[in-house]
Design a protein around this ligand. Structure first.
Ligand code: AMP
Ligand code: MG
Length: 378
């Protein structure tokens, strides 16, 4: 087991434990946000035939006099013209044999002939080209492209099933009465939403009390590909996730040099990969963003790395990368960042009031006017 590793090292260690990945075929109508599991080849040329990019007339560019002899609409088979002849043509209709240019409707039949308003067969894609690669996230545009290539179904990665378990005697489900010393359980809801966002299937479990037996029983009952726990991984006497993993599981790393989010662990429980996230709500969210998401779905990052001009002072952390919550916006051709709320790792409001975090190197604070690395949430 390694302790107090960098974020990069934590991802590297986790990647040494592979998750079993399988593939399934799904209809295109259900493909949004799924991850393509094999390269996709075009079944056709795009466009499949020469066609008009404009409404107007298909003509021969060498002609000076023209007579309209026919009309062709999108969906019609290609017609034919000879010298001095023109076909009235609609956008998307096949270019008649013999025509090599389009006159725009607004210019009239004897207007200028444009050869560039013909969209040539295969100019976007030729049949047999791989236009979507394995690992591609099926965005709306990727879905349209798969359809253009003639695919009714596509092979995608089966969504990993991820069990989400909150631990802690103090946790009460929202909607119930809070008793003295209790708080509402919030991590599992955010984590499930994050999992959905990166193309996984969350399996929400009941809160587990701080007890070795209760935790063991729950872990043994799971049917999932990956386990995420929150809480119980620090140095406290009741941090049973860490204690159980030390005694009966396998730990590959414990503690990451990041603040917030210092005490996470990664290992396996009877063969199933397990991330033990810290209990503080901001910590669990950010450890998921920085370490779990890149491991589970490298194709679907939760943020973009950017450089921002700071408007406020942000305090660094000794020996740790510091992820202060910042609001990033663009101002005069420059990304700028401000901070607005209390930065405590228990303050989940700071994640709503801001749209990114600083990536301040260890032992470094930054002042207004400094340009620093940051992660801008997607
Ligand atoms: P722990 O890591 O178990 O020591 O928890 C650290 C802090 O996070 C404590 O203040 C806990 O009450 C809080 N916490 C732990 N789990 C959750 C949760 N699921 N939802 C909200 N807060 C939590
Ligand atoms: Mg706890």
């Amino acid at each position: 087991m390694e302790t107090l590793v960098t974020i990069e090292r934590a991802i590297e260690i986790a990647r040494q434990t592979a998750m079993i990945q399988t593939s399934e075929s799904i209809p295109l109508s259900q493909a949004h946000n799924r991850i393509l599991s094999q390269d996709l080849t075009s079944n056709v040329d795009d466009p499949p035939f020469d066609n008009s990019a404009m409404d107007g007339w298909a003509v021969r560019s060498s002609d000076h006099e023209r007579v309209e002899i026919s009309t062709t609409a999108a969906g019609s088979p290609p017609s034919k013209i000879g010298e001095g002849q023109a076909t009235r043509i609609m956008t998307g209709a096949p270019i008649p044999h013999g025509a090599d240019a389009i006159v725009l409707i607004e210019d009239g039949l004897h207007g200028k002939a444009h050869t560039n308003f013909i969209r040539h067969q295969g100019e976007n894609l030729s049949k047999g080209t791989v236009a979507l690669r394995a690992g591609q996230i099926m965005t709306p545009a990727a879905i349209s492209l798969a359809a253009t290539m003639g695919h009714a179904t596509i092979p995608v990665r089966v969504k990993p099933r991820v069990a989400v378990i909150s631990t802690g005697n103090e946790l009460v489900t929202p909607g119930e009465e809070l008793e003295a010393g209790s708080i509402y359980e919030s991590n599992s809801y955010g984590l499930c939403a994050l999992l959905e966002k990166i193309g996984c299937t969350p399996i929400l479990q009941e809160v587990v009390v701080d007890s070795l037996d209760a935790l063991r029983t729950t872990l043994d009952s799971l049917e999932c590909d990956v386990i995420l726990t929150s809480g119980g991984v620090s140095m406290g006497d009741f941090d049973y996730v860490r204690i159980l993993m030390e005694e009966e599981g396998t730990i590959h790393f414990w503690k990451v040099a990041m603040r917030p989010g210092g005490p996470p662990l990664f290992g396996t429980w009877k063969g199933t990969p397990l991330f033990g996230l810290p209990g503080n709500p901001v910590s669990s969210h950010l450890v998921f963003t920085m370490i779990v998401a890149p491991w589970l779905s490298p194709e679907a990052p939760l943020g973009n790395n950017v450089r921002v001009l700071l408007k406020d002072t942000v305090k660094g952390a000794p020996g740790k990368v510091c992820l202060r919550r910042i609001q990033i916006s663009s101002e005069a051709e420059q990304l700028v960042a401000t901070t607005h709320t209390h930065q405590g790792s228990g303050n989940i409001h700071s994640m709503v009031a801001h749209n990114g975090v600083t990536l301040l190197p260890p032992d470094t604070s930054a002042n207004p006017g400094d340009i620093i690395d940051a992660l801008w949430f997607l």
